[in-house]
Design a protein around this ligand. Sequence first.
Ligand code: NDP
Length: 285
Amino acid sequence: MSPSASKAILITGCSTGIGRATAQRLARAGRTVYATARSVDAIADLERDGCKLLALDVCDEASMTAAVRAIESAEGAVGALVNNAGYSQSGPIEDVPIDLVRKQFETNVFGLVRLTQLVLPGMRAQRDGRIVNISSMGANFTFPGGGYYHATKYALEAISDALRFEVAGFGVKVVVIQPGLIKTNFGERAVAELPEAQGDGPYAGFTEKVAQATRDVYEEGAMAKLGSGPDSVAKVIEKAIDADKPKARYRVTPSAHAMIALRAVTPDRGWDAIMRGQFPQPGKS
Ligand code: NDP
């Protein structure tokens, strides 16, 4: 690795939550940070922390290309990419309109893949780079009503595993972060994305319960106390960027460790029984 290799960090989804906390933490530590969001207005204040700002929508090819070009012309290459932008398109598998399913994959998976493809030539040329993909504890188990979101995180993990092998020889390291429950706008958006519960529809009671369970976990219930703030993830992202030999996966929060361990030792029928204790099963009165 050349000492002159670019260490500039590109982060997606910095308007709120984990992306914002990561941009602030790294910029305040004196790093070169390109904070990005769909709307630059939403991140204008990050300039005071020392961030450079760019518009970037992970569903828009032109904005991704322009952002990567801007960084490459200023820095030579993107040194580290933090693929953070994402949301949960919650809802029953049968009920979520297919265009919204496509949008979910477009944002959480294809956007991440495309941006990775765009930064890799620069990283390979300088034989140094790091790609940090924000997955979830939910890449290890699935809650009913969250099938599509979990599917995107499982997909991201498979892609990261393949990529880690494929680019290691070029000096590029790939890391996956698996946060547990983090208090951000995530829960509110997941509830907002639920398909409207039809009063007499087959999933009405179920969808309402998914909304309530999400609110309980993120905002109101006893579970919400288990949640950590976004800086707990930002700290681990910093470690993943800085470590000479980063781990392939970092789990963040006690809830992530506990839930992943529980699922690993629970047979599928046992898991379904636990879920029946949490959610009304559609089709059963
Ligand atoms: P937030 O809702 O606070 O932040 C999500 C960010 O993603 C926002 O900045 C949002 O921007 C951005 N985003 C959404 N769509 C796009 C798009 N098309 N292009 C660019 N940016 C976009 O949630 P979190 O900070 O919690 O989520 C960050 C990541 O962490 C996600 O990948 C999520 O899956 C993951 N995660 C979160 C957990 C949690 O408990 N909070 C747990 C495990 C993983 P905008 O304001 O424009 O919508």
